[in-house]
Design a binder for this molecule. Structure first.
Ligand SMILES: [Zn+2]
Length: 267
């Protein structure tokens, strides 16, 4: 709250200040500007005109290279955008990739839950999984995915799948064509190939036979699909899931796997 006295003194100060402000207020500027213009010597005027001309000349000559640089940069960015994936045209026809005899093809039934019969248009990564069922065979895992077809399509059910399953003895089953999507690595099912890998125990580490087959299969896929070992990812890298367990918990083992695939690609 303010009392009367306070208000009076403050108002007084304001009045005094306002008077000061009025006293030091400059004269209207128009007059002074006019004076300067009138007193400006003709030589100075021509000099400033000359400067304007030079400025225009600079703008004209600089505009060409600047424009060229801008176009170059835009083209470079566009090129980078094009090359580094976003609009990269995919030239491999996945239906025409011929599968070698060491891969056993045994496709599961087309169904809503594990083989939706949707075209896979491109492959940007290969995703490695572990089956998370210690000691189970490739055939048993194939049956599991095949039997998902028996669920009631009117009810929400279990979905799953994989293109390949590598078994405990090193056998390789292909259960879905690589030209179709599989439900294994959401939200990247539309541009990835998935490999499920069997393992003897709860650690999730692959046996040597299984590991060797996985390296062979992955190297072959990379060569066929024009991918590099850098394009190998874990299910974990897609969704954060602890899959493939041993190779999520042991980063060095994962790096070693990618190195092994890289050297197998050269053979
Ligand atoms: Zn997985």
């Amino acid at each position: 709250m303010r009392d009367k006295k306070d208000r009076t003194s403050k108002d007084d100060i304001f009045e005094k200040d306002y008077d000061k402000i009025r006293q030091i207020q400059p004269k209207p500027r128009e007059n002074s500007d006019q004076k300067i213009q009138r007193t400006e010597p003709s030589s100075r005027r021509s000099l400033s005109k000359n400067r304007q001309k030079k400025g225009a000349f600079f703008l004209k000559t600089a505009a060409v290279p600047l424009l060229a640089i801008a176009i170059g940069a835009a083209a470079g960015l566009g090129c980078g955008y094009y090359l580094w994936g976003y609009e990269r045209p995919y030239s491999i026809n996945l239906k025409e990739v011929s599968i070698p005899s060491w891969i056993e093809q045994d496709f599961i039934r087309k169904n809503l839950f594990s083989r939706p019969d949707v075209t896979l248009k491109r492959v940007d990564n290969i995703v490695i999984h572990y089956v998370a069922n210690a000691g189970s065979s490739a055939a048993a895992n194939r049956s599991y995915f095949n039997n998902l077809a028996d669920q009631d399509p009117q009810q929400p059910g279990t979905v799953g799948g994989s293109h390949f399953i590598v078994g405990l003895e090193g056998e390789i089953l292909q259960i879905i064509p690589i030209s179709e999507i599989t439900y294994a690595a959401a939200p990247r099912n539309f541009d990835t190939i998935s490999i499920e890998v069997c393992h003897p125990d709860e650690t999730g580490k692959f046996s040597q036979k299984t590991y060797d087959s996985l390296v062979r299969l992955t190297a072959w896929l990379c060569n066929e699909l024009k991918l590099s070992s850098k394009d190998l990812i874990r299910h974990h890298d897609v969704s954060g899931k602890n899959c493939p367990k041993y190779y999520v918990e042991n980063e060095d083992a994962w790096k070693e796997f990618k190195k092994d695939v890289k050297s197998a690609m050269k053979k």
